[in-house]
Design a binder for this molecule. Structure first.
Ligand code: MEV
Length: 304
């Protein structure tokens, strides 16, 4: 094979971010925003995207460079040309790093005939995210590989949800590594307060599982809003996120909360399909970039 294009999706959390780092349950959905990686055989290593054109570069392309290095341990990669294109906003809580990692692993896997299966891809993706971010749960990389709605850490696939999903991007970069370490510090200093908050978030996910299965969006919304209050309590909200969250709720969304690490980045609202435009307009009016999307069953896939 001379060249191949693979893509992998971003994700939103219905419930459970941050708590999942400590083994609590979370429910995460792959969404219809994707990162595409076109890989072709070459004499040298070249990585290109809107961020620029370079060789192995751990500052500009930490995830892709790490994938190339890791996969060079299992196959002989003399040269490869990787061209990245994405409609997942970077550093915004939508799993852009997991998507580029997983799409790159699958592209190299197929280009060099490594014979990796989906579980191997998700596992390697997780080890790369963990190395770069310090602490990372397997959630983002697993969901990006498998697609659909997934309950973690059980890795249990739930029924796909079919309500409207409106994402609001604050446009403020958020560092997952920083936010995860802020929560770790809070937990270390106040374990008797923070531990019950994290286990309550886990309980929200466990309670939410049946509601997701029954597609009871109003009740899912109630739990997502409670989850938001607890995320605020552990310090991962921001004034910009709060503005978008309350704007979406006031415009009739079932729910609105942070998705991902928080501190900036994105919020997500669930809405009846007939209310999606209203919710999106309210987010825009409150200063965010609104993205209307849906949950997708499609994880990593070949594009050509
Ligand atoms: C980031 O998308 C979600 C966090 O829970 C971190 C992780 O699970 O690795 C904040």
């Amino acid at each position: 094979m001379q060249k191949i294009t693979c893509s992998a999706p971003g994700k939103i959390y219905l419930f459970g971010e941050h708590a999942v780092v400590y083994g609590e349950s979370a429910i995460c959905c792959a969404v219809d925003l994707r990162t595409q990686v076109r890989a072709s055989l070459s004499d040298t290593i070249r990585i290109s995207s809107v961020l620029g054109d370079t060789g192995l570069d751990h500052d500009r392309y930490p995830y892709v460079s790490s994938v190339i290095e890791k996969m060079s341990e299992i196959t002989d990669i003399k040269g490869v040309d990787l061209c990245i294109d994405s409609n997942i906003p970077v550093g915004s809580g939508l799993g852009s790093s997991a998507a580029v990692t997983i799409a790159t692993i699958q592209a190299l896997n197929l280009l060099f005939g490594c014979g990796m299966g989906a579980e191997d891809i998700a596992t390697l993706g997780h080890s790369i995210e963990r190395k770069i971010q310090g602490a990372a749960s397997p959630t983002d990389t697993y969901v990006s590989t498998m697609g659909g709605v997934v309950m973690v850490p059980l890795k249990k696939k739930l029924k796909i949800i079919d309500c409207g999903i409106v994402i609001g991007n604050t446009g403020k970069f958020s560092s997952t590594r920083q936010l995860v370490s802020n929560v770790a510090l809070l937990k270390k200093n106040y374990p008797e307060i923070i531990d019950p908050i994290l286990s309550t978030i886990g309980m929200i996910s466990l309670t939410g599982e049946e509601l997701v299965t029954k597609k009871e969006y109003r009740s899912i919304g109630v739990l997502m809003n409670i989850n938001q209050g607890l995320l605020d309590a552990i310090g991962v909200s921001s004034p910009e996120l709060a503005d978008l969250i309350y704007a979406a709720r006031s415009a009739g969304a079932y729910s609105a909360k942070i998705t991902g690490a928080g501190g900036g980045g994105c919020m997500v609202a669930l809405a009846h399909p007939s209310e999606m435009q209203l919710v999106a307009s309210a987010i825009t009016k409150a200063g965010g970039e609104a993205i209307i999307t849906k949950v997708t069953e499609q994880g990593v896939r070949v594009e050509n």
